[in-house]
Design a protein around this ligand. Sequence first.
Ligand SMILES: [Mn+2]
Length: 294
Amino acid sequence: MFEFISKSEKLSIVSHGEDLDGLFSAAIVILLHPSKLKLKFTAPYEIKTIEEGYDIVLDLPPPQGGARILVDHHESNILLTNRVQRAYLKPEYPSTARLLYDLVKGQEPSIENYEGTITLVDETDTGNLDLSSALFTSAIRKIFKVKRKYLAKVSRDLLLHPPATSSDLVDLPSIRRETHLIEKEYGDLIEKITSMSGGEALLVKLESIPAYLVPIIQLAAKRYLLFGTITSGSDGAFRISIRSQPNSPLSALKVVEARGGGHKNAAGALIMPSDMDRLLKMVRKQLRVELISV
Ligand SMILES: [Mn+2]
């Protein structure tokens, strides 16, 4: 793995552009192969149908065009490993960045300077977000939507100022303007979300606020056995993101079933509005569901 990354002359890599795991996994490749790197950020719901192939795919399902190497930890992507030459896919890993780190650290001991950041990535990628890491992730999603190319700069910044705590994330030079802006603009919403009382299942439909605020809304997820957000995409489909607690009678992955993927307790899918009723019915069989719009 280390040889492949450091010795290849040119490398094309594609990583997940919506969270810290995708950004820091890309940062590790940048560290080992700083020049002649073609770096692209995308999302699971975009990449599956991409016909282009890549040398390395990180934290994502492999594209139709295939890949030489896949490094990932999403259980649901095991079904697509026939698209790649070599798959390092370990669902037991808390993050793709941790897996990549373990694959290369034997040959590149200097990477151990980033151990603290890797631990922070593990925490944020297993749904253990606090307000600061949720603000950071919302800012990343906003940038992903409006000026995606800037994310490469954020990845480099993570190497220059390796964060060890979630408040370091909010203050990362390339991102702090955005995190402070979101905090100022949506202070009332943050207040409302962080004071939700909890219950069996809650589904939140985002109608009057942008979809990049989903990570902040999800701060309430810990207080529900099952928690979901629903946003509508430009194509008329709904994007749903589900979180579940280990003791929920219904797991997040089960809710999205064949329509999406992810981890057992954190999964997402694109669904048609006509399928919404069926999904709701399934959840209602097991849990008392509350539905709200924000
Ligand atoms: Mn991940």
